[in-house]
Design a binder for this molecule. Structure first.
Ligand code: BEZ
Length: 163
């Protein structure tokens, strides 16, 4: 059982397991962002309309702007399985630009207190929509949608203003 603590700017990203590509490919998310500049954004669900039409496409479209600012890793995370996240990334042309992380058991999302109960809509507890800029493993900027699902502060164009 993970300790649950609301993530704040200045905190180190918790080092918990997520997967990418297929469920067996588990690795520690904290290690991915331990060195250099990175971006992590989370969505309530792969293929859901807002995430599919606006949130992820914005990061794909603005990929070169993040690179120009020295970002070396951009990752999208959702409480979905790794097969779904992989298919969604391919569908969006995110390959080679945005890494698609699956927090299938929701443990990372729970540990940073970003859980959002969408049982009535999507069938289970998912993640709030947020975006963060990480430097050497430390969260420098954290933008969380106030209602958990909105599409404002967590968009790529908004996060870019803080890097
Ligand atoms: C969306 O379209 O992004 C969405 C749909 C249902 C629940 C949460 C998000």
């Amino acid at each position: 059982m993970q300790k649950q603590q609301t993530l704040q700017e200045g905190d180190k990203l918790p080092n918990l397991e997520v997967s990418e590509g297929e469920p067996g490919s588990k690795f520690y998310i904290g290690e991915v962002f331990a060195k250099g500049k990175g971006v992590l954004f989370a969505v309530p669900g792969a293929f859901t309309p807002g995430c599919d039409k606006k949130h992820l496409p914005g990061y794909v479209e603005n990929y070169s702007k993040f690179i120009e600012k020295g970002i070396t890793t951009i990752a999208c995370l959702s409480v979905n399985d790794a097969f779904v996240m992989d298919a969604w990334g391919k569908h969006q042309g995110a390959d080679g630009k945005i890494r698609m992380f699956a927090d299938a058991d929701g443990e990372f999302t729970k540990a940073i207190d970003m859980q959002l109960d969408l049982t009535n809509v999507l069938g289970n507890v998912r993640s709030k929509r947020y975006a963060m800029y990480i430097q050497d493993g430390v969260v420098k900027k954290l933008l969380v949608e106030s209602d958990g699902t909105g599409l404002s502060c967590s968009l790529a164009v908004e996060l870019l203003k803080h890097i």
